[in-house]
Design a protein around this ligand. Sequence first.
Ligand SMILES: NC(=O)c1ccc[n+]([C@@H]2O[C@H](COP(=O)([O-])OP(=O)(O)OC[C@H]3O[C@@H](n4cnc5c(N)ncnc54)[C@H](OP(=O)(O)O)[C@@H]3O)[C@@H](O)[C@H]2O)c1
Length: 266
Amino acid sequence: MKTMLITGASSGIGRATVKHFSERGWGVVATMRSPEKETELNRLDNVLVTQLDVEQKETIQDAIVKGIERFGKIDVLLNNAGYAAFGVFEAATEAQVRRQFDVNLFGVMNTIKAIMPHFRTNKEGMIINISSIGGRVSFPLLTLYNASKWAIEGFSESLYYELATQNIKVKVIEPGNIATDFTGRSLELITDDSIDMYRTFHQTVLQKQLESFETASTPEMVAEVIYEAATDQIDRFRYLAGEDARFLMNMRKESSDEEFMNFISN
Ligand SMILES: NC(=O)c1ccc[n+]([C@@H]2O[C@H](COP(=O)([O-])OP(=O)(O)OC[C@H]3O[C@@H](n4cnc5c(N)ncnc54)[C@H](OP(=O)(O)O)[C@@H]3O)[C@@H](O)[C@H]2O)c1
């Protein structure tokens, strides 16, 4: 049986992926910050629900040990945990800036470091990082999120070469808008009432962003793309997920910077 360890499995893309892989006979280590709240995933076949907070290194190590104890081996690591900070950069506190990178970038790096000895012992493995179309193009008022996902792209692309020497594959998934808790409880709104010059801009952009999610794709669609990446046996690095992501990427390739940025600002 093949096994995948997933971070951020409590909701959205992570949760849909646990179900998708478990239904196809995979063993899944479904990790989350608060496993005591989980009532459904722990009843699925071959699913181990256990604690992992990407901001706490010891929980990463513990989850990997428990996953190996239960399934004997982990074949694929899915770095999915993440969230977006939204708002004016000047208004962001240092803690907000750091936490965006602690979770979206350093959490991924720490999880990869923790699983590497296991993958090297096995002489194989796969790392799939959930990036975003926001790791290829940028949107207004998402400076911190875009920076963290562009960092994931650069980090993963370089790591690809390094780990290829160890028979370990690295892949990234780039979803467009997906209907999850991402725009709800996971969205961190940056606000600072002392800086009110941006207020209209902030409200207009936030409104537009939320409206664009009315046509969002499902997390199950992303789970299918992740399944393809995990099983297609081909040497492919990037997987876009969603029509909107494909549209934006095509447009980005066919336009000048100015044309593309003009499109995004209107
Ligand atoms: N939805 C979209 O439109 C979209 C588009 C492109 C990329 N993505 C990416 O997809 C990934 C999953 O997001 P989603 O859309 O499925 O949103 P979601 O439903 O809000 O899920 C986010 C998950 O990340 C977890 N998480 C947050 N901080 C964590 C931490 N410190 N340690 C461990 N887990 C943590 C959350 O756990 P808790 O339940 O404990 O909060 C939750 O399980 C993210 O990397 C996101 O950037 C999403």
